[in-house]
Design a protein around this ligand. Sequence first.
Ligand code: SF4
Length: 462
Amino acid sequence: MTETVVGAPPAPQPYSYRRSALHEPDWRRFPGWAQVSGEEWRSAQWQRAHCVKNVGQLQAVLGDLVGAAFYEDLAADVGGQATMSMLLPPQMLNTMTSGTEPSGAGSLTEPMYADPVRRYMLPVASDRRTDWTSHPYASRDSLHEQEMWAVEGLTHRYPTKVLAELLSTCPQYCGHCTRMDLVGNSTPTVDKLRFVGKPDTRLADMLDYLRRTPGVRDVVVSGGDVANLPWPRLEAFVAALLDIDNVRDIRLASKALMGLPQHWLQDDVRAGMGRLASTARARGVGLAIHTHVNAAQSVTPLVAEATRAMLDAGVRDVRNQGVLMRGVNATVPQLLDLSFTLLDGAGIMPYYFYMCDMIPASEHWRLAVWEAQELQHGLMGYLPGFATPRIVCDVPYVGKRWVHQVHDYDRERGITYWTKNYRTGIEHEDPEALTRQYEYYDPVHTLPESGRQWWRTHADPT
Ligand code: SF4
């Protein structure tokens, strides 16, 4: 046995924790924003009006700091593989290449290519895989949420929880969006689904369903992003939820807390959230915000300020549900840096990292289940237990499973088998729902050659 040495320095560790200060990069380093004032930058209206929606607008901001080849690469993706249209608030664009001082024409080309936020918010054609661009079983609504709509836009997948998709827009569009079937504008490759019902009727139908379904206690209010719903309508919907006795948890989903923190800092939003939070507290309901941050550099002082504003308004918690993506955050140091920055810098609870779902053209982002298991192992022991994020796989027709819950694993073909302990809303009559094994697929390019060969002969990879 090793003798204990009192006073010895701490043991060297695979990951070294250092608290680091948050950083709001100076937007005036970009030619197109050289004259933008601090007051304009803090304005939600200014941010929304100056979102980048196409290659030309990006060029107007970055100018020749980025070379022509990058813009061409981006245009090729927009016209070719992109499943989401471009929509980038200045706040998010400003966090790209945040550690690099531009020093002349072309100086930001390489940093832009390498940037983790750029990699998922502004995908370029050369990012995508050319061998297996999509998994053979990739699909537009890969989680089958629409099949489980109890009323239009209300997914009832778990016994006690529902997902309410109030709207199909966001202040920012992410290249990997799992709801790419529904959210955002159509792209050259994806003609988006549209809600049929009128917005007010759909929301009323959702509330009606929840009033007559006392087994539901937890409502994720989402979209899209609730930051795109005019505040009075969001407040009215949440207030109506608070009137339903069986609803005990309400989670508001907004990536904009990070992508457009200016929205959550507006006076009317803060005051309205204060009203909702005080009603929630009086009724013993947990009202929380769930946001979506994938890289530590996205957590800026403004994001921390907006989070603090919501916590001060009385929201019980702000939690992060990130998405695990190769090239963005798929290393232990990146995930720990992000988690510590969220927790220490902004008071946001690291909660989940989802494996990127099996949507079309996502194979360059997706990880194999065994890679996710290794990352989960690497995360353990550094963060407080209550703030250690779980890495989860959203298995079609099952729901979230911790990545170590896999029942069986064919490593050669990259097929994992999962079980579940409840019926989704469409399995009333299915006698095998609780005994069946449900499949999920690793990216083909991560398989051994024998596995890749199996898929070549069993599926058309295009
Ligand atoms: S904010 Fe969420 S819903 Fe909106 S595009 Fe991004 S991932 Fe999709």
